[in-house]
Design a protein around this ligand. Sequence first.
Ligand SMILES: Nc1ncnc2c1ncn2[C@@H]1O[C@H](COP(=O)(O)OP(=O)(O)OP(=O)(O)O)[C@@H](O)[C@H]1O
Length: 358
Amino acid sequence: MTDTPRLEIRNLVRSFSGRRVVDGVSLTVMPGQVTCLLGPSGCGKSTTLRMIAGIEKQDSGEIWVDGQLICDGTHRVPPEGRGIGLMFQDFALFPHLSVAGNVAYGLTGSARKARARVEELLQKVGMSAHIDAYPHELSGGEQQRVALARALAPRPRIMLMDEPFSGLDDRLRDDIRDETLDVLKAEGTAVLLVTHEPGEAMRMADEIALMRDGKIVQQGAPYNIYNAPVDKAAAAFFSDINVVPAKVKGALTDTAFGQFLVPGVADDTEVDIVIRPQHVKIDFDRAGKGPNPTALEGTPARGIVKRARFMGRESLVEFTLDDGTEMKAVIGSVFLPKPGTVLWLMIRRDKCFIFPRA
Ligand SMILES: Nc1ncnc2c1ncn2[C@@H]1O[C@H](COP(=O)(O)OP(=O)(O)OP(=O)(O)O)[C@@H](O)[C@H]1O
């Protein structure tokens, strides 16, 4: 495998009406790798993608493909010369062309070779039986598969995808995502996929670049991003979170869950101890006492059930602690205690994140 990134962007900047919507974005995508640009609506994901595609011009910054500069302040390879395939939300197929005609659209060379490529791709996306059909005869999912085949037909070095699955219903979306990933991996294409859905990014990405207010705030493997978020907002982007507020004294904080060590943090710094609801454990009240403290789970805190909801695969129980802190616990079974019930909560210390309060 080569060390040269298939795609590298350096310090891309784009402003609209004096507002920097893309503010110094740098990232690399290796051949055969799927990188997801993940972030809330309006954070600048699509604008970044459009600059890479060449549909939008950057104010500054560089775009490199396979070690070659394709766009900076002076030099600009036009969109069609970049070897980049596009698959956007409004992926509309050409209605007057058959499936074969759509997939062959961007192909040059002999008709025989083009036909072979069309057949190869339609087989890969499971659409061989529909080769002569017209778009209006296909379901949304089938159209999506053809759009993928069409985008891949000219063997793009890079595939840019902007929320390509958002028009599909939930169940179909999962299947198409997995199939798309298989095809992209088999073709060895480098993929930059824009999404605002953390679940989609975790399912598809080798690497996630988390974007906020025009900047990439964290980049890494999904496991690392989920388990070592850079700040409270990064943690909150992937799931509900609980926040236990605390103040530092002598590198320690006192909380309802016992003391936490915060080495190197100055006295009187306010911190937030963040824990996901699935890492909150609950236990029954034993005549006004909870279970014994443990090294992993610390001291239990008393909580009063505020509300419990059945969510299908799990139950969500909301509590108020004695000090007024609100907490949520996700229990992986049916557990629906009545409001007012006294229970004891413990938090997995190895799953807590401690951040200075912003
Ligand atoms: N051509 C334009 N003119 C003016 N403002 C624009 C233009 N294109 C984008 N913007 C603004 O730039 C910001 C970033 O837009 P962008 O589409 O890149 O965000 P996004 O993260 O992809 O959001 P979404 O997920 O909603 O598509 C938004 O506030 C948007 O209104």
